[in-house]
Design a protein around this ligand. Sequence first.
Ligand code: BMA
Length: 253
Amino acid sequence: MRGLKNKNAVVTGGSKGIGAAIVSRLIEEGVNVFSLSRSIHDKILGANYFKCDVSNEDDVINVINKISKICDNIDILVNNAGIEKYAKLGDTDTKTWQEIIDVNMNSIYIVSREVIKHMKTGSIVNISSVQANIVTRNAAAYVTSKHAIIGITKSIAVDYGPGIRCNAVLPGTIDTPLVDMAARLEVGDDPEKISKKKAEWGNLYPMKRIGRPEEVASAVAFLASDESSFITGSSIYVDGGLSVLAPVSTPDK
Ligand code: BMA
């Protein structure tokens, strides 16, 4: 894609799931990638890894300082780190609420604030969710954080244009450790039951399957590249059509 080669990118939550796919795809495009995560799992060849809890301000300031000494301009920031825990608002304790809001939402404020100091021009991509629109039950804090990401995205777009563009990607159910965990909570540890559960979810989608991390990474690469040069403040759904399907039946005649 145009305008990616030799650019510098920071990706949060880059060690697994959607984040790992984003790191791989950007490396394929010739980007110099700095991957931030709390724990470092399987390293992707060519990425630079930094241990960083993105919800911890001091950690973020330290790591972004280090990165800014290695590269002139941070051209791309992908705010991808996220966690999900399941409970209605009334059953969520303050600590859990705070943790989810800190990791999913406040981290975007902290990381963007620090990166923008070293981003004269560039593109910021925030990973929200289809749940910024349609929402599942028992996910109050998560849903709240994913809605807020749309607001942060728009604010950055209007405050930092024309030099910096900022957009959101809204994935549906994607085959990641996070979704495996959700399936496990419903059906237990049996891998066959987990696959069946994921296929069942997939069946609810117009595309008749759940998504692959690489399919989200494509949208991210597009928004990070010059191919999207007039797109800012915008949201791209990568949700297999889930958000446009009304859950009522109609006669098939
Ligand atoms: C995501 C996660 C997934 C879920 C999907 C669709 O943000 O919450 O666990 O399957 O939304 O609701």
